[in-house]
Design a protein around this ligand. Structure first.
Ligand code: HEM
Length: 400
């Protein structure tokens, strides 16, 4: 059996938080399949990461109810969101939701997204230094997913904090103090109560929104149970904006740090579509995914037993020089950009067409309306999250 090299890879180190990519390169070079002292297997090469997404011997493990010692332990006895389920439950729930996210349906949202972007830019452009996260990157996807799902504008501030707590809670349990675990459980309970009331309203008076469609699917008999409906709403709401926000924030930061690429986008805002793909590759909003080994496997000569945990480092895979030439270079017209920012395999992001559309409209509009955009100085700090990589604040001056 191959021996495991000893490495000091530490994702809790502030230097890793500020810039994880040197650590990923080292890991990929020295131990592309690496067992951490906690017993997690880290994968940093593109080929193994992509393979695990496709291989049915990796999944989330049996049980539709979150177990006491599960990686994500929100509230005992509550249904797992389908992002944590294996087939056949995963297939059933995902196909119901997928109907709302076909590229054709999403394309119809373009006009409304442009309106929201324009209104936000009206406030930001020429206003002097502002926090891009608070004034643009957060409100855009929140507005879009809220309107799509049917969350009234007046309620959004109520669930903002809950959403942040849930997003913070996706990290593994060893990252949480007991107080955070309690807050996460409370956030889920409050979210349940919120959506239970909204679902009851839609059952009485259906509206033209996704929530009404999901409720209708349930009443047709073979749809979602009440518990599944609640976890699906929370999943869509949180996944629908906490990551898109970081595509926008990480993307603007990358462009400001690569002025030549920003200039290219300003000169030709039509590049926004491929720019979004490159920004997702370059600094993906979710850095890793976890899978449980469902049947004994071997990866690169290492036997890995059923029940062990594999962590796919997509931030590392996205910079693998075997797949992406000159991987640390931001290149808005990169060809054959098969990044893993949205995963691969059966859990490929349901919201990818929507996130791409929001990103394309946002970056093209910024390039047109705020060509003089600059960073406004100050220390940049990341939110305390291992899995989701995003800035706490991004001071900018959006000059026209
Ligand atoms: C740039 C923005 C986004 C990124 C980077 C992103 C990334 C991801 C990734 C990596 C996964 C797979 C996670 C895993 O398997 O462990 C995922 C799944 C998912 N995403 Fe997204 N996402 C984004 C936007 C959205 C949006 C806008 C929505 C909803 C409107 C959404 C809804 C979902 C759902 C429901 C799943 C679960 C899919 C499944 O398990 O089959 N995401 N996303």
């Amino acid at each position: 059996m191959k021996t495991m090299p000893v490495l000091d890879f530490d994702p809790l180190d502030p230097a890793y938080r500020a810039d994880p990519y040197p650590s990923y390169h080292r890991l990929r070079r020295e131990a592309p399949v690496y067992r951490t002292p906690r017993g997690h297997w880290l994968l940093s090469r593109y080929r193994e990461c992509a393979e695990v997404f496709r291989d049915r011997r990796f999944g989330h493990g049996s049980g539709r109810v979150l177990q006491e010692n599960s990686f994500r332990r929100p509230v005992e006895g509550r249904s797992k969101p389908f992002i944590l389920l294996d087939p056949p439950e995963h297939t059933r729930l995902r196909s119901l939701v997928n109907k709302a996210f076909t590229p054709r349906i999403v394309d119809r949202l373009a006009g409304r997204i442009q309106e929201v972007v324009d209104a936000l830019l009206d406030e930001v452009v020429g206003a002097g230094p502002v926090d891009f996260m608070a004034t643009f990157a957060h409100p855009l996807p929140v507005t879009v997913i809220s309107e799509l799902l049917g969350v009234p504008a007046a309620d959004r501030h109520l669930i903002k904090e809950l959403s942040h707590v849930v997003a913070r809670g996706v990290d593994p349990d060893f990252r949480h103090e007991p107080d955070q675990v309690r807050r996460r459980a409370e956030a889920f309970t409050a979210f349940d109560e919120y959506f239970r009331a909204l679902i009851a309203e839609r059952r009485d008076r259906p509206a033209a929104d996704l929530l009404s469609e999901l409720v209708a699917a349930r009443s047709e008999g073979e749809g979602l149970t009440e518990g599944e409906l609640l976890t699906t709403c929370i999943l869509l709401y949180v996944a629908g904006h906490e990551t898109t926000m970081d595509l926008l924030g990480n993307g603007v930061l990358a462009l400001m740090r690569n002025p030549g690429e920003w200039r290219r986008l300003r000169d030709d805002p039509g590049l926004a579509e491929s720019a979004v793909e490159e920004l997702l590759r370059y600094d993906p909003p979710t850095q890793m995914s976890r899978r449980t080994v469902l049947a004994d496997v071997e990866i690169d000569g290492y036997p890995i037993a059923e029940g062990e945990q594999v962590v796919i480092l997509r931030g590392a895979a996205n910079r693998d020089p075997e797949v992406f030439p000159d991987p640390d270079r931001l290149d808005l017209t990169r060809r054959d950009n098969r990044h893993l920012a949205f995963d691969g395999g059966i859990h490929f992001c349901v919201g990818a067409p929507l996130a791409r559309l929001e990103g394309r409209i946002a970056f093209a509009s910024l390039a047109r309306r705020a060509p003089g955009l600059t960073l406004a100085g100050g220390e940049l700090g990341y939110r305390d999250n291992l899995i989701i990589r995003g800035l706490a604040a991004l001071p900018v001056d959006a000059r026209s």
